[in-house]
Ligand binder design. Structure first.
Ligand code: GLN
Length: 188
């Protein structure tokens, strides 16, 4: 769990309730502990990006993602993964070939809840908070969900990126998807 800022506790509670152990990555030395998957939580991507660099975790985390460590990025976490951000000059890990737009729903629709079809899972509850949308996807990116025609969930290799917050909903199927990716990798 990247734990420099944002909604990481909710992800932890969900995974702990599923019987999984979690650890918080706050400083470079935390990266020396043993972990098999990574969650980049929601929050504020600019702040998170800055703290990851300040704590000297950027290169190693990026390297792990590129080497196939299963990762779930939610909301700000999706922004950290995106190779392009259409309304920001910054880039962060840039390991997921998509273009995202930050705060894409404007002020009035800053926060909303819906249930939509998610590839392979059926209808899934989705909580959006000042969410990004995925405007375009690159080669090899699988689109997993759309809300009103806009892409809100994708998968590329072992990276899953979501515009919304599954950790704030009462449904563990998306976290299970991450855990399945971890076990598939371990058994490969
Ligand atoms: N608006 C935030 C950002 O751009 C993301 C919002 C969220 O993670 N809930 O970083």
């Amino acid at each position: 769990m990247l734990a420099v800022q944002g909604a990481f506790v909710e992800h932890e509670i969900m995974l702990n309730n599923m019987g999984m152990e979690t650890l918080e990555l706050r400083k470079k030395r935390d990266l020396s502990r043993d972990f098999d998957g990574l969650i980049l939580p929601g929050g504020e991507s600019t702040v998170q990006g800055k703290l990851i660099k300040e704590q000297d975790m950027f290169d190693e985390l990026r390297e792990r993602i590129l080497s196939g460590m299963p990762v779930l990025g939610t909301c700000a976490g999706l922004i950290l993964l995106a190779s392009h951000i259409s309304n920001d000059e910054k880039k962060h890990f840039a390991t997921l070939p998509v273009t995202v737009k930050r705060n894409a729903y404007g002020r009035q629709l800053g926060s909303f809840f819906t249930r939509e079809e998610f590839k392979g899972l059926g209808k899934v509850p989705m909580k959006f908070i000042r969410a990004p949308v995925i405007e375009t996807v690159g080669d090899g990116v699988d689109i997993l969900a759309k809300v009103e025609g806009k892409i809100v969930a994708v998968r590329y290799r072992n990276q899953i990126g979501l515009s919304f917050h599954p950790e704030l909903c009462d449904d563990v199927r998306i976290h299970k998807l991450l855990l399945d990716t971890v076990s598939k990798k371990e058994n490969a």
